[in-house]
Design a protein around this ligand. Structure first.
Ligand code: EPU
Length: 420
């Protein structure tokens, strides 16, 4: 079995290059289905979820050509409506962008129910509500979602009951080539929503308001190909900022947008970590002990749920009692059992976790990555722990992080893979 092995308590010194944002690349890759032509997309993170998505698109007739180590050409000239293999679609959540993309291109979609990480209940009612508001008929049965809207789609007002990244993306995809004006209220405001809007606008779409809670989409007849560069991954950057805070040392994290890092940087400062911000990089260092703090996760611009597990690991080393409230997902503390194997003192009650930390609280153990960010949290815990940690579930971590082992090894971590 593949494992990541880490011998902890080595300070980190050097520079890390941040890759393109996974959660931008995924909707952008699926949105190329709406384009008649070729798109050249740069700063693509070749993580497992993106590779799997490109594989799904190939089944629809999309031609994908590598241009460089981070750039691809996606040619959607000759695509057809077909049902991609269930075993691929079921491996990830973002495959549900096929719904909006197929609906927008063909006026109909037939997609099997998506898979993805287990964070408790993951309904798609808001996606369906959005499609229905645009005039589609949606039927979910036998593990499939059937969406039918031949000649009945038209722009409409869509009011979401919860702020959802996925539902916002799917309605944008369905509406961009639909006649009339669509207004999405209570839209997600994440940087990846803005990135998707910028990509689609570069292809000729008319989308305004992305980044606010009201997005206006004026339907256009066609989208053309374009050249586009994906924004840096704020969660990858945040993960290495926390790694540097736990391990100690001084790390320069390159190719970031500091504005996207604000809530993460603010928490690290509260924890007694030095974060120096520059135009497109940050320098993170720690001299003294980590301080405890309280965290509530929220949709952007609040503190991201996708950084919650990494901070939980860090707070195990912080002196005192910290509280985390998970405001986005029902059940995102399943990884806590893995941290407990390393000696963590964490109580979980529903969406609340209480962490009693001390400087030398964790020791190396055999643990596993139960989802992408939980895997990153195990790596961070292992960097600060005394002794050797072996982490199973390497493929899970590689669903979301580009060469995490190589990037950390290059700045002094004693980290390597076994069992390949
Ligand atoms: N929700 C509903 N109904 C819906 C859709 C969502 O009630 O129809 C609820 C969810 O149950 C959840 C909340 O709304 O409680 C937010 O869910 P959202 O739809 O925003 O999540 P998502 O689009 O499925 C994306 C990211 C996740 C990230 C969340 C929240 C991608 C591919 N995934 O998921 O990222 O945690 O937004 O920011 O963009 C990760 O990268 O590791 C990851 C899990």
């Amino acid at each position: 079995m593949k494992k990541i092995v880490i011998n902890g308590m080595r300070p980190l010194y050097g520079e890390i290059e941040i890759s393109g944002m996974k959660n931008s690349a995924l909707p952008i890759v699926y949105s190329t289905l709406l384009v008649n032509g070729k798109c050249t997309v740069d700063n693509i993170p070749f993580v497992n979820d993106v590779l799997l998505s490109l594989e799904i698109l190939r089944h629809l007739g999309v031609k994908v050509t590598a241009k460089s180590s981070s750039c691809i050409e996606i040619d959607t000239t000759d695509i057809s409506l077909c049902d991609p293999p269930m075993d691929l679609v079921r491996q990830m959540r973002a495959s549900y962008y096929l719904m909006g993309a197929q609906l927008g291109r063909f006026g109909t979609a037939h997609v099997c129910y998506p898979g993805g990480d287990d964070f408790g209940i993951r309904p798609i009612d808001q996606h369906i509500k959005g499609f229905e508001a645009l005039g589609a008929k949606v039927n979910v049965s036998g593990g499939y979602i059937d969406i039918e809207a031949k000649n009945t789609l038209s722009g409409a007002n869509v009011f979401f009951d919860v702020v959802s990244v996925g539902a916002t993306v799917n309605v944008m995809l369905a509406a961009v080539r639909t006649e009339g004006v669509t207004i999405i209220e209570s839209a997600a405001r994440e940087p990846h929503i803005v990135d998707l809007a910028n990509f689609l606008n570069t292809c000729g779409a008319q989308i305004s308001g992305a980044g606010t809670d009201t997005i206006k989409i004026t339907g256009v007849k066609e989208l053309h190909g374009c050249n586009y560069t994906i924004i840096p991954d704020m969660i990858e950057a945040g993960t290495y900022m926390v790694a540097a805070a736990v391990a100690g040392g001084k790390v320069k994290i390159n190719n970031i947008i500091p504005k996207h890092m604000e809530s993460i940087s603010a928490k690290l400062l509260e924890m007694n970590v030095s974060v120096e911000e520059y135009d497109d990089y940050v320098v993170v260092s720690r001299d003294g002990d980590l301080s405890c703090c309280n965290i509530k996760t929220l949709p952007y611009p609040g503190f991201p749920t996708d950084m919650q597990p990494q901070f939980a690991s860090a707070l195990c080393f912080a002196d005192g009692v910290s509280h985390i409230f998970e405001g986005v997902w029902d059940n995102r503390f399943r990884y806590v059992d893995e941290l407990r194997c390393m000696g963590a003192n964490i109580d979980v009650s529903g969406r609340n976790a209480t962490i009693k930390g001390t400087r030398n609280s964790l020791t190396g153990a055999a643990v596993r990555a139960i989802d992408i960010r939980a895997g990153a949290a195990m790596i961070i815990a292992a960097l600060g722990a005394e002794g050797r940690t072996e982490i199973a579930g390497v493929d899970v971590i590689e669903r979301g992080y580009v060469d995490m082992v190589g990037k950390l090894a290059a700045i002094g971590a004693d980290i390597f893979k076994i069992g390949e």
